[in-house]
Design a protein around this ligand. Structure first.
Ligand code: GLV
Ligand code: MN
Ligand code: MN
Length: 413
């Protein structure tokens, strides 16, 4: 399982730090929202680096970028890796970027040693993994895997009303290639864990066996705007008060399904934003996650019933749209075994782990044998500017990636 090739830890680190300059924040993080001008700069930088490492770049109609290194047998489907370079508004240097830079490091290591693989090797940059500007998340890989319809996804708008299609055009990444519909031999993705388990247990590699289920909702509460000074308390239909109760109720659902459940309200917009008008309209986002689909269903039912009760008590109209349901997804036994074997052969302490976060690999798992490689991050903190990981751990994950990809690319076809 061990190859005789070694990734260049310093080069991987330097690339991550260089990429992190695009959208760097004062607190040491990165704000590089999907399809922004900064995202374009990052894509251009990645493409240039890949070309210098002998790869060919293509872009599909979803703006997914593929850097391909030819194999001896052009007829074989590529062994692919990759992740995303968009970030959260207060994102870190590693979420997504690590998976892409690890793929680049694989290309560079193969290029400098002149090693040929049987199957081609590809590194993908998937459009809008984060779901921060356009919801839902994992759009590029989702369309590639045939889960989302391309035109429906392209019609999605951000909170400013800009469509995904227009955003793609405006940064020059509305490519011409059809999205997906081609064979991928296997998909591997490196990522920081984004949780505390590996660090707490002193493990270097997480052998990811699958990801948990998610449901995302958009909630609109409509009451009545009225004068803050003259409207008696019992006559109010305060949409923001309703939202406050919904937020508390959502958190309570998470708590009652502990330890595995996650429940979050991430966005709230209240109108008309005047101190002396009782708020009449609120937009709110809700998301639930759980590894067990039945538990998630139970959370969904409680949420709907309780939201209806709260709206009824305050006299609000309630509209709940479930905008995304992502099922619990297991990875492929062969790919999981390849990751585990590579970690074992290199002598890295490792353990099996389930992903709490969404990842492009979870959609790729629908169309190709797939697994992921996690490395620890400091205090398990992610989606935060202080997100941090060590060069040694990042290199270890990248080494496992290289070993697993080469093994797969050279396996009898
Ligand atoms: C992706 O960042 C997620 O929300 O899991
Ligand atoms: Mn990510
Ligand atoms: Mn993320």
């Amino acid at each position: 399982m061990k190859t005789n090739l070694t990734v260049n830890s310093a080069r991987l680190w330097d690339s991550l730090m260089e990429l992190a300059k695009i959208g760097a924040t004062a607190k040491g993080g990165v704000c590089r929202l999907t399809l922004s001008d900064l995202d374009k700069k990052a894509r251009d930088l990645f493409s240039g680096w890949c070309k210098a490492a002998g790869a060919t770049i293509t872009v599909d109609r979803m703006g997914n970028v593929f850097a391909r290194r030819a194999g001896r047998d052009a007829a074989r489907p590529p062994v692919m890796t990759g992740s995303h370079i968009d970030t959260q508004p207060t994102g870190g240097k590693f979420d997504g970027a690590y998976g892409v830079m690890a793929g680049l490091e694989v290309l560079r290591t193969l290029h400098e040693t002149g090693i040929e693989t049987e199957a081609p090797i590809e590194v993908a940059v998937w459009t809008n993994e984060e779901g921060a500007r356009f919801a839902p998340a994992m759009m590029g890989s989702g369309v590639f895997a045939g889960i989302f319809k391309e035109d429906e996804i392209k019609a999605k708008t951000d909170r400013e009303g800009v469509s995904l299609a227009d955003a793609l055009e405006s940064i020059g990444y509305a490519g011409e290639l059809p999205v997906g519909g081609r064979q991928v031999g296997a998909f591997f993705e490196c990522h920081i864990e984004q949780g505390p388990i590996l660090e707490a247990e002193g493990k270097t590699i997480g052998v990811v066996t699958g990801g948990q289920a998610q449901r995302w909702y958009e909630v609109n509460l409509t009451g009545q705007e009225s004068h803050a000074g003259t409207t008696p308390m019992e006559r109010r239909h305060d949409a923001l008060l309703g939202a406050a109760r919904v937020i508390d109720m959502v958190n309570h659902i998470g708590v009652t399904h502990m330890p595995a459940a996650r429940a979050t309200c991430g966005v709230i917009e209240s109108l008309p934003q005047s101190r002396n008008t009782v708020p009449g309209r609120v937009f709110l986002t809700v998301e639930f996650r759980h590894p067990d689909e039945m538990e998630l269903k139970d959370m969904d039912a409680t949420f709907r019933a309780q939201a209806a009760r709260i709206a009824g008590e305050i006299g609000l109209a309630l509209d709940i749209k479930e905008i995304w349901h992502f099922p619990a997804t297991p990875f492929h036994a062969d790919c999981i075994a390849a990751v585990r074997a590579a970690a074992q052969a290199r002598g890295y302490a490792h353990r099996d782990i389930i992903s709490g976060a969404g990842h492009d690999a979870l959609y790729m798992a629908r169309v190709a044998p797939t697994a992921m490689i996690f490395v620890p991050c400091a205090d398990g903190i992610s989606h935060n500017e202080i997100e941090s990981a060590t060069a040694d751990d990042l290199a270890a994950g990248c080494q496992v990636l290289l070993d697993a990809m080469i093994r797969r690319a050279n396996a009898p076809g």
